[in-house]
Write a protein that binds this ligand. Structure first.
Ligand code: ZN
Length: 195
């Protein structure tokens, strides 16, 4: 099942996700739906809060990108960065921020831990695109967008685009959640009033 994707500035995308202690049948179903939703939207990573669920869980699949055909898809439950090395610039986008792209500086190589679908704890290292996606998704689980990592001057240039996203004045090839579904309080447009 394809799930509508939550966008800026849905309150759940600013919350720290809740730790998962059991992979229930419902959670398994959610994982399946998240993969379907991510693939449908041509994304390579999707965090549970991007589909409105408060779980510390994300799916990643970079096998659709060049030179990564052999990298298996990953389900990361309660993932955490344990160490980082180097710095590198990479242009990021985000399914929750349609049309917004920017160069972001992040560590080049990371060590991280997570639990897999069988709740087995795994420790591993990553570099390249995988390191980038994992960092981006773990940020989501902590309520952080990639634009939070930009210098203020760069961010100020993106303000107009962010306003468009917030007002859902963007076209996407995938389904977005409605303001009601995202729990966004409606804004009164037009007249400035004094109360
Ligand atoms: Zn994202």
């Amino acid at each position: 099942m394809i799930l509508p994707i939550f966008t800026y500035d849905a309150p759940i995308l600013r919350k720290k996700a809740k730790s998962v202690d059991d992979v229930t049948p419902q959670l398994k179903k959610l994982i399946e739906n998240m993969f379907a939703t991510m693939h449908e939207a041509s994304g390579i990573g999707l965090a549970a809060n991007q589909v409105g669920k408060e779980y510390a869980m994300t799916v990643v699949d970079i096998s659709v990108t060049e030179d990564n055909e052999n990298v298996p898809p990953l389900v990361l439950i309660n993932p955490e960065i344990m160490g980082a090395e180097g710095k590198i610039v990479f242009e990021e986008g985000c399914l929750s921020l349609p049309d917004l792209r920017s160069d972001v500086v992040r560590p080049e190589k990371i060590g991280f831990t997570y639990f897999d679908e069988k709740m087995k704890r795994i420790e591993r290292e990553a570099d390249g695109l995988l390191a980038r996606v994992v960092q981006h998704e773990i940020d989501h689980l902590n309520g952080i967008y990639f634009f939070d990592r930009l210098p203020p001057i760069t961010l100020s240039l993106l303000k107009g685009k962010l306003a468009k996203i917030r007002n859902q004045k963007v076209e996407t090839s995938y389904e977005l959640a409605t303001p009601e579904e995202m729990g966004i309080t409606k804004r009164v447009k037009g007249k400035k009033v004094r109360l």
